[in-house]
Write a protein that binds this ligand. Structure first.
Ligand SMILES: C[S@@+](CC[C@H](N)C(=O)[O-])C[C@H]1O[C@@H](n2cnc3c(N)ncnc32)[C@H](O)[C@@H]1O
Length: 206
């Protein structure tokens, strides 16, 4: 299945709001002199702000499709149409559909500035029938990898990460999975840890 998705062309047209979001990102990235860190599925953007301190010389772009979540972050400066207009220091929170954003990013010059991509607690889509919605089993995976192979994905569902690891191996990329023993980086991570669950991270070996 992963092999089939690797070859498949993704033909869905790019949504207008994500094209505008990408244009906004291009303007901010052009004006920024450092490298870029991608925080995909950032939710309320707590991890984006934390990563901006970890990478003070990089632009950290947090992307989520939910405006309700993004608006909870004081660093989010959306316009009346819901589009983000500016970065605050090195934090840029953006409302976009990643299925489209990754396609645009992987085909743009901006990918040269990307250093690492975080995918923290993506929706697991646990039912078998939803498999193709998981990033690693979707036709978007090849665009994620083409954007940058330096990836960290976190989940409380070890099977998700093991399957992510298998999908990466189809692309010839090695990765390691370890249990997280540091302070929570995101609200979902905090919630899982407080309920006594283990949280895991997969990191590519690049
Ligand atoms: C389980 S939440 C995790 C949020 C955050 N990373 C955390 O750990 O607290 C998953 C997030 O992925 C976002 N998401 C899911 N599919 C997306 C897509 N296609 N484009 C952008 N964001 C998406 C959802 O809106 C949601 O905020």
């Amino acid at each position: 299945m992963i092999e089939r998705q690797k070859q498949a062309k993704f033909r869905k047209p790019i949504s207008e709001h994500t094209r505008k979001a990408f244009d906004a990102f291009s303007r901010v990235a052009d004006a920024f002199s450092g490298n870029t860190i991608v925080d995909a599925c950032c939710g309320v953007g707590e991890s984006t702000v934390a990563l901006s301190k970890q990478y003070p010389d990089c632009l950290v772009v947090g992307i989520d499709k939910s405006i309700v979540r993004l608006e909870k972050n004081p660093f989010y400066h959306g316009t009346s149409t819901g589009q983000c207009a500016k970065a605050v220091k090195n934090v840029f929170l953006l409302r976009a559909d990643l299925a489209d954003f990754w396609r645009l990013l992987s085909e743009s010059n901006h990918k040269k500035a990307i250093k690492r991509q975080y995918i923290l607690y993506p929706n697991p889509y646990p039912k078998k029938t939803q498999l193709v919605k998981r990033w690693y089993a979707s036709p978007i995976m090849k665009y994620i990898i083409s954007t940058h192979m330096n990836i960290e994905c976190r989940s409380n569902w070890l099977i998700y990460l093991k399957e992510f690891q298998q999908a990466l191996s189809v692309y010839g990329i090695d990765s390691v999975i370890t249990v997280i023993d540091s302070q929570p980086l995101t609200p979902f991570e905090r919630k899982y840890m407080l309920s006594g669950q283990d949280c895991w991270k997969l990191e590519t070996v690049v």
